[in-house]
Write a protein that binds this ligand. Sequence first.
Ligand SMILES: Cc1ncc(COP(=O)(O)O)c(C=O)c1O
Length: 497
Amino acid sequence: MGRESEPSTAAPETSRGPREWPLEPSRAEMGAAIDAVAARIVEHVDSLPSQGAWGNADQADVQRAVRAAREPVPTSGSDLEGLLDYVFAEAVPRSFNTAGPGYLAYIPGGGMFDSALAAWIADSVNRYVGVFAAAPVLAQLEANVVAWFADIIGYPRAARGFLTSGGSLANFTGVVTARRERLPENFLAGVMYTSDQAHHSVAKAAANAGFPASAVRALPSDDRYRLDVGALEDAVKEDRAAGRLPFLVVASAGTTNSGAVDPLHAIADVAAAENLWMHVDGAYGGFFAMTERGRAVMAGLERADSVVLDPHKSLFLPYGTGCLLVRDGGALHRAHSLRADYMPPMQDDADLVDFCEISPELSRGFRGLKVWLPMKRHGLPAFRAALDEKLDLTEWATEQLASLPHVEIVAAPQLTVVAWRWRPETVADAELDELNRELLRRINARDHVYLTGTRLAGRFVIRICVLSHRTHDDRMEAALADVRAAIAELSAELTGS
Ligand SMILES: Cc1ncc(COP(=O)(O)O)c(C=O)c1O
């Protein structure tokens, strides 16, 4: 279709003559650009399984590419195809393949394609969802997503929440809400408790919320890396006796290190007895509550005052979608509601949500569609089945690892992380960390999977985290084959054979 037949974008004649609007493509230009981008995306996503697992461009090459990427501000436009060549051929390949099936590192998520379509739609329509009146149906659609999540974790109807950019921001807002609910305006005597296994975004949230580092007690964890509830009770008593103000306990429903789930019922009992706000960081593990096994491990989750879930982890969505849920929705409102003369009227009906009244943001992207579209398209059972598959794959991998000579399972999976290390008899304890680092390097060098390590009880361990919707049994078999091969290679070197 040519420009002549396009009423919406034809350059208008004005008293100053015909004008061009280069920032507004015509229908034909939009169609051509969409086709060009779609072709690249389909090719890229379709080839994810055959791409390397960790984008192992050599470091010198990466350095060169990054230097080349430092560019001056463009003073003229460029052709789209050339820019797409650069993005898809030069930039994207020099990164961890976080979307591929071999990504078993850190906390994967995969990135569902439906969500990418939703992002495209959301950014194209560019509606304003921060205020209910500006887009009531779209705001409701996002509120529906939040209500589905509340249902998954067993929250009551009065619960409210909102979508964030990720777990860190959700933890931050949880801490701010707890501070508002449990402490006086001068809150500096406040103390919060968590375990030595908590994600570092919890301590960061406290710092960002204005607390000194000494306000965060990282309590010891037990032999399964779960918060020691006795230590929590003792610490609260000690702090009260010293005149401090205990106000918050942050439990983990799935730690990053080992997938450990803290004893939520016992923690909820202490929180109730001590009037602490209980916040659960379920950024990695929370969505497993939709599976039978996950629900059993996370019993008591529904007693928390606030819960973080990360759709960009265990709902397989692309980066940029987290969630904070608060059991008493009024608390979110009390922590965030402020009025201004230039703003439209907010809703009085508690069922109608103005997101700017319950969250830190005013203008925000329409994140809800990135969750709504994939969930409506596939239905909850499809997500439950995928999470169950990850639990099965992790159990299988753990059995396989445990059957290998001298492999020690350091943290058996509570969800879908298994932490382990190789401990051949001939190697001294002091050298095991270095040996396992080398083993990890050799597994990853095969480039079928990408694993990462961490420290548990002072030891370096290798982790396998199974969470991408694209990871299936074929890739797990490849992972175990690479583990066996790397161990055999290192064994041969150790024995000099
Ligand atoms: C348990 C846990 N909490 C919080 C976070 C932070 O989430 P985000 O990276 O989305 O900010 C992570 C990230 O891996 C996590 O594993």
